[in-house]
Write a protein that binds this ligand. Structure first.
Ligand code: NAP
Length: 375
């Protein structure tokens, strides 16, 4: 087909496991100034052209170019393959763990101090028990001493507070973590507030969050998951300053601190939440998207600005009869679609997930260094 005659491009994609809108395919209209040679992604031409999305058919997975308004387009090649750089959180997390291990060994050799992390687990949620086990393993692997308290589901709030107080006073403990969620009869706020700010390696204490939000103030710790998101951007040399960023989700543990962190890095930040009227349109303006929603494949390819960088925090189990476990994990972003439009994207699993524990280890080391004035 003669490309000169083309005025619109339709990309049909499928995100089979999605529970959201079935209109997965989108009709792209663009008016070009001059594009001599287009790359095999649509990202580069987007920089110099206007682009809008329309609706088309979800059942196909191929590109059909039907019409272009500009006769100056000499070649258009839209890619149906994933073209985004995969941001490998597993590898970055491994690097960070190695760096932490080196520092811990140096600290031990020079001042005889070994960082310690205390974890309090209440109840018998299997997922929480797995997270705690993984944290312990991670501590062992880098040389952090780990202390663990397991309390029954029907324990009292006072019991939890008693253990927190004990760890607050223990000089061999540099970080205290209360595994969430807590049983419903406990007041999460009271419990998190009881962790002394100097050992709040999760960064959830209101004083740490407050400092994160204020200009000219420094939190002692930044929450691990959002810190991991920003670390991924840094390690992949992705510029943040002056960029438009959209954070989807505003939870205290991920969305809100992620937005604050992006703002501290001089991005212009919008937050999308469950009451946002036009999430797709807002998200499509973003150079950087961080999504922490908990809805499988909610963000479709059409939500993504070509060339955007996507950090997917979501971890959502979806049924998969072919998997031995009967389910598999997917993110909030429809990876299959978004990876064809974005310039870089985190996979799920293997993206943000491994970064959270790496950041916890890093925060525990930071705490021990600070208290012993070790540089
Ligand atoms: P959360 O506390 O349930 O918060 C979800 C946020 O998403 C809320 O702010 C909610 O808005 C918003 N939201 C819900 N539905 C929406 C929709 N349809 N459109 C736009 N926004 C919507 O969840 P969370 O603890 O932040 O976790 C989010 C996801 O990240 C989950 O999948 C979780 O498993 C994952 N996670 C991963 C890690 C990791 O280490 N990788 C760590 C933590 C969490 P409202 O505020 O209006 O209700």
């Amino acid at each position: 087909m003669a490309l000169m005659d083309m005025a619109a491009t339709m990309i049909f994609t499928d995100c089979s496991s999605s529970s959201s809108s079935s209109s997965t395919a989108r009709l792209l209209h663009f008016t070009s100034t001059k594009v001599q040679k287009l790359p095999n992604t649509i990202s580069r031409f987007h920089r110099s052209n206007s682009l809008q999305f329309g609706i088309s058919n979800p059942r196909f997975s191929r590109t059909i170019i039907t019409h272009c308004s500009s006769s100056s387009i000499s070649a258009i090649e839209l890619n149906n393959e994933a073209s985004a750089t995969v941001i490998d959180g597993k590898r970055v997390a491994k690097d960070i763990r190695e760096e932490v291990a080196v520092e811990i060994s140096r600290m031990k050799d020079e001042i005889g101090i070994v960082p310690g992390l205390a974890v309090i687990l209440v109840g018998d949620r299997k997922d929480s028990a797995t997270y705690v086990r993984n944290k312990k393993k991670a501590c062992d692997s880098v040389g952090i001493n780990s202390y663990e308290v397991r309390l029954a589901e029907d324990s009292s709030e006072e019991e939890v507070l008693k253990h927190i107080s004990k760890f607050n006073d223990d000089p061999s403990v540099h970080g205290i973590l209360v595994q969430l969620p807590l049983p419903s009869h406990m007041n999460e706020q009271n419990i998190l507030n009881a962790v002394c700010i100097e050992k709040d390696v999760d960064g959830f204490h209101p004083l740490n969050i407050g400092r994160l939000a204020m200009r000219g103030r420094e939190p002692l710790f930044v929450p691990c998951t959002p810190k991991g998101c920003i670390e991924l951007l840094h390690r992949y040399d992705i510029p943040i300053k002056g960029k438009r960023a959209v954070v989807i989700g505003r939870s205290n543990i991920v969305g809100m601190p992620a937005a604050l962190l992006l703002q501290r890095e001089d991005a212009t930040v919008s937050i999308v939440h469950s009451r946002t009227k036009n999430p797709e349109e807002i998200t499509r303006q973003a150079d950087i998207v961080i999504s922490a929603v908990g809805q499988p494949n909610m963000v479709r390819g059409s939500w993504v600005k070509p060339g955007a960088v996507i950090i997917d925090v979501g971890i959502n189990p979806v049924e998969d009869p072919e998997s031995p476990r009967g389910y598999r994990l997917v993110g909030d972003i429809c990876y299959e679609e978004a990876s064809k439009v974005a310039s870089a994207i985190t996979p799920v699993p293997g993206g943000v997930g491994p970064m959270t524990i790496a950041m916890l280890l890093s925060n525990t080391l930071l705490s021990a260094k600070r208290v012993h004035n070790f540089r």
